[in-house]
Write a protein that binds this ligand. Structure first.
Ligand SMILES: [Zn+2]
Length: 105
């Protein structure tokens, strides 16, 4: 039996990756949080990024609710929803992306 050391699933995940999906082409779709430049940094969006092709999807953790016209506008935080959306995008992209991962040499 060949060693499994060369499979992509056994390599360490890059720092900050919260989820990883294997594409049909053998690349990965990595989920990370996009951080603000504040100190301390806070996540403001969840990013799904394919390592095989240029496709990516960024889902904001905030959305505007209400109306500025009548003063009810406010930003609502929805981090879990945003990450769920990013996961769904990553899942469906992984099922269709046939791009090969870039060589790491
Ligand atoms: Zn892709």
């Amino acid at each position: 039996m060949p060693s499994s050391a060369q499979t992509t699933t056994s390599t360490a995940w890059p720092e900050g990756v919260i989820a990883r999906y294997l594409t049909v082409g053998g690349a990965t779709v990595d989920l990370t949080h996009r951080m603000t430049v504040h100190n301390p940094p806070e996540p403001f969006a969840t990013l799904a990024l394919c390592t095989g092709c240029p496709a990516s999807e960024s889902v904001s953790h905030y959305y505007g609710a209400g109306s500025e016209a009548n003063g009810t506008y406010k930003e609502v935080k929805r981090a879990e929803y945003a990450t769920d959306q990013a996961r769904a995008w990553a899942q469906s992209h992984a099922e269709t992306c046939r791009a090969l991962p870039r060589p790491t040499a």
